[in-house]
Design a binder for this molecule. Structure first.
Ligand code: SF4
Length: 450
């Protein structure tokens, strides 16, 4: 049995896409694994190919220091099969040279963990893995994350990882690490005993491994009780679990006091579910502390869960960016998509938010565009209806996702063979429209929103 602590290297890979912008995106799952491993006696290091604060990065304008901002980009050839798309293609993230230099400055790791996000970003994952393998050819490498889970067979065949795992990896990581390094992980003395089944026992994600902590993503629950036909939440996080309000308040306090963090971003799929016992006590607890902090919810809130009480608390607690999961205003005709909101729910929610003090620059409703069989006019109608309520319509282009109820419809309606290559599921190319990609469609939506 091995006695000295193994070195584990965790890596967030590049994005290859037509466009990418950092909207409070952090690999929380990967950084949670880092903190679990650290709590069990392993040495961890972290490299983020998307790091906007890499030491070699030019010190650009001050806005680039905020939670949101542009990634550095390097032009890349358009992937095979997408030559018909009249858009430039790039690798987003740090320069290849910097990544290779960084890898060469660390001790040889005993194990490398790479995460993955959007399915169609896999060429970025592949390129990242190729470079790691070149520098550390004998180190085992595990790939996990969303692409690996949703397109498991593709990832096995194409990623060049030694092991591909489905799901978050929280349950498997300690056992796998022991198997691959020969070191038996032991929960550190003084730390609460970690259990993969209890969210309250998870150590806080290792954001301290980043070059800068400019905001903290918070996960107060996992999964979603709804089952919308276009969404993979149920597949990626089966079941629905919530942390205790006390543990969320303690985490906010920890980052605020120790790292002076003032911006927090909820990553939950279902923050407001059972809000009387979850979001309300969290927000009341935060308000009692009197901290000068603010919150954002880039993941949509459930419209039907918005009440006068929680809207008022969100406003008082400093919610600055609020997004609602509306998807369409064709309320009579949405049963094949979801059952999560009626016209009455939407109007009531907007009234609650406006009475609480939210203005249209804070509150926006996501509308899906590019669904199988959807007409351009129906999206335009939805934009107009949302504008009339006084909040902002925000277009979210539909991504076809395997293991969802809508996947068979997506396959049938697409002009591409979606199953053959995840590259064709890129929402930027409107893959489920029969007609070829055109800028006109996109700009007609943009014009209407202005
Ligand atoms: S779209 Fe939202 S409400 Fe529907 S299943 Fe996904 S996370 Fe839940």
């Amino acid at each position: 049995m091995r006695k000295n602590s193994p070195e584990i290297l965790l890596i967030n890979p590049w994005i290859h896409d037509f466009a990418a912008y950092d909207f409070w995106a952090k690999p929380v799952g990967l950084l949670s694994l880092a903190s679990i491993l650290r709590q069990h006696g392993l040495n961890v290091s972290y490299m983020d190919c998307l790091d906007r604060f890499h030491p070699n990065m030019p010190k650009t304008d001050p806005h680039a220091r905020n939670g949101r901002g542009p990634y550095l980009k390097t032009r890349a050839p358009r992937p095979e099969g997408l030559q018909d798309i009249d858009r430039k293609f790039s690798r987003y993230g740090i320069k290849k040279r910097w990544f290779m230099e960084d890898l060469r400055t660390i001790p040889r790791p005993d194990l490398v963990l790479v995460t993955s996000l959007m399915t169609y970003w896999y060429p970025g994952v592949k390129e990242t893995i190729k470079i790691i393998k070149k520098i550390f050819p004998n180190t085992p490498l595990i790939l996990g994350g969303i692409y690996a889970t949703l397109f498991y067979s593709h990832a096995l065949q194409h990623s060049e990882a030694d092991i591909v795992i489905k799901g978050e990896g929280i349950k498997e990581i300690l056992e796998l690490t022991e198997k691959l390094t020969g070191f038996t992980p032991v929960n550190k003395k003084g730390c609460p005993k970690f259990s993969a089944d209890s969210l309250d026992t998870y150590p806080y994600p290792a954001f301290d491994l980043q070059h800068l902590i400019n905001y903290i993503p918070l996960i107060t629950s996992k999964g979603c009780p709804f089952a919308c036909s276009y969404c993979a939440s149920n597949f990626l996080n089966p079941g629905f679990k919530q942390r205790s309000p006390e543990s969320v308040i303690q985490e906010i306090e920890y980052w605020y006091k120790k790292y002076k963090v003032k911006e927090f971003v909820f990553y939950d799929d279902a923050l407001l579910v059972d809000s009387a016992n979850h979001a309300v006590p969290i927000l009341e607890g935060i308000l009692k502390k009197g901290y000068n902090i603010c919150f954002h919810t880039p993941n949509a809130l459930h419209i039907r869960e918005i009440t006068e009480t929680n809207a008022a608390l969100m406003f008082k607690a400093g919610f600055k960016t609020l997004r609602l999961g509306l998807e369409t205003t064709l309320f009579e005709d949405r049963s094949s998509m979801d059952h999560k909101v009626t016209e009455y729910d939407f109007k009531k929610a907007v009234t609650c938010l406006k009475s609480a003090g939210f203005k249209k620059n804070h509150a926006g409703a996501y509308l899906l565009a590019g669904l199988p069989g959807q007409t351009i006019d129906s999206v335009k109608d939805s934009i107009r209806t949302v504008k009339q309520t006084g909040i902002t319509p925000i277009i979210a282009y539909y991504t076809p996702i395997p293991h969802t109820k809508m996947w068979p419809m997506a396959l049938a309606s697409s002009r591409y063979n979606l199953e053959s290559d995840p590259i064709f599921t890129n929402n930027a190319i409107l893959p489920c429209r029969r007609d070829p990609f055109s800028w006109e469609t996109i700009s007609s939506f943009k014009k209407l929103i202005l």
